[in-house]
Design a protein around this ligand. Structure first.
Ligand code: ADP
Length: 277
């Protein structure tokens, strides 16, 4: 078990007129090698939750264990947690600021105090991992396309060599091609052994890539299971302002029309296999 959230509660602006309970008794275990999709309506607590995973927010109540250590212990090395649990915010390209791609990607590992060779090696490797070519090294990040800029920002987090990579809506604002490229690249990183947490509004994307889905509702974990298990509750998901992937509804309609198909389907490939059967 890589990370455990143990009965986490979080209240913004506690004791003021703006007090807001954002997380309500959240308990979760994140295992090494998982690809987890987090879904939930706006305001359901997704961003607050992932900011607890790398210590950016501190629980009002409850605790987080990372590799068996309580991250709120006074001797716990919070700086090292921030590199081991890499968080890619929404529109991360807005945080690029160095004059070249290479310098930008080196920023994180340099800050860890690593020697120059290690910093360089990590930056080269991270740029390769996000599918950018060496030709980009000396380019200004601002000359790149939106999708490329976002890859540079993701490379900056990968260069810290995280054990968990958390991405908050990494495809927001990208065209369909840029979106698929980024998600396929993330899937490759996962296949190479990285634990991935993807916050997404797209039910299709989480169904396609994640092997486990956590659905948040009003600060609580509403569902936690495989895509099939979670999307089986599509009626309840709808009441939370969510839905199942389109293809789940298509299968449902086929069944209602009298065809004997299994409706436990959440990707187009699964639907194809089921219909052919
Ligand atoms: P999500 O990422 O699912 O959209 P958030 O974690 O951003 O949800 O928000 C959870 C709840 O906390 C919402 O009701 C939101 O309005 C509130 N909230 C988020 N950030 C703040 C903040 N800085 N101050 C006060 N309330 C906040």
């Amino acid at each position: 078990m890589l990370l455990i959230a143990d009965h986490i509660n979080y209240v913004y602006s506690q004791g003021t007129a703006y007090e807001k309970k954002a997380l309500n008794d959240v308990s979760l275990t994140i295992n090494k090698g998982e690809f987890i999709g987090i879904i939930g309506h706006t305001g359901s607590g997704k961003s607050t939750l992932i900011q607890h995973f790398n210590g950016l927010e501190k629980a009002t109540d409850g605790t987080i264990y990372f590799n068996g250590q309580d991250i709120y212990d006074k001797d716990f090395d919070m700086k090292s947690l921030r590199s081991k649990v890499g968080l890619v915010f929404q529109y991360p390209e807005h945080q690029l600021f160095e004059t070249t791609v290479l310098e930008d990607v080196k920023f994180g590992p340099k800050n860890l105090g690593l020697d120059k060779l290690e910093v360089d090696m990590r930056a080269f490797e991270a740029i390769r991992q996000v599918g950018l070519s060496e030709k980009c090294y000396d380019a200004s990040p601002f000359e790149l396309s939106g999708g490329q800029k976002r890859r540079v920002a993701i490379a900056g987090v990968l260069a810290m060599k995280p054990e968990i990579l958390i991405l908050d809506e990494p495809t927001a604002g990208l065209d369909p091609r840029g979106r698929d490229e980024i998600l396929d690249q993330i899937a490759t990183l996962h296949k190479e052994g990285l634990t991935v947490i993807l916050v997404s509004h797209s039910m299709e994307d989480v169904a396609k890539y994640a092997d486990r889905i956590i659905a948040m509702n009003a600060g609580r974990v509403a569902f936690d299971g495989t895509p099939k298990e979670v999307f089986r509750h599509f009626r309840e998901l709808e009441r939370m302002g969510l839905s199942a992937p389109q293809v789940t509804y298509v299968m449902q309609e086929m069944k209602e029309l009298g065809l004997s198909v299994n409706t436990d389907v959440s990707t187009v490939d699964e639907a194809k296999a089921e219909i052919l059967k």
